[in-house]
Design a protein around this ligand. Sequence first.
Ligand code: FE2
Length: 246
Amino acid sequence: MAAPIPILVPQIPALARSMAPGQTLEPTPYCQEPEDRTPAQTEGPYFKPNSPQRDTLTGAGTRLVVSGYVFNLACQPIANALLDFWQADNNGNYDNVGYTFRGHQFTNAQGQYRLTTIVPGLYPGRTRHIHVKVQAPGRPVLTTQLYFPGEPRNNTDTIYDPRLLMTISSSGGQRQGAFDFVLNIAGGPTGGPTGTAQPTTWRPNVLYQVGQTVVYQNVTYRCALTHTSRVGWEPPRVPTLWTRVG
Ligand SMILES: [Fe+2]
């Protein structure tokens, strides 16, 4: 019997994934059904706010690159979506003093993210997992976890959810993980990436949400912290609130 044909939705970029020989391409999610939304999971005790913006988390361990898309319910990729990852190190310990194996990034204009990290170690009571918070610009935060297939503890961990399994392949001593998030956000009528509207000119007394972009004196900035703007907080003056992007 022939292998199933991957389901491709119009206006969605082909999922560029490195696949091991013999593996079939993970179908693009349908997105439209409520059960296709990425389920939420407990945050756990080790989240720390204000992680550094970076897509590479360095330390000893087996190299792991996790990549994918953030979609809305119409399977449209979401640009500038925030992804804040945190995980245990190779020995199963969280850095609760500093920010080792913690970092946030934003999806690109195609709605893609890419995290370079290591395979997290195991710690008592849990199977292997990576924590993440995902947020489209100005929308609610999804807190969840990603899991690894073939882990013996997946069978005994009461938090584990198979809907959150990554597709994992190995090549050259490193692992490639793939996972697409589907957020509970209705799709736009026109298709194409959402959240890519032309940035507006910065103004005081506006509630800016994390991930939103503005232009100030011909320079584009991305909001790093949700806040109401005011005179004196112009983007170049408050790098805590605004990250220069262009
Ligand atoms: Fe954890």
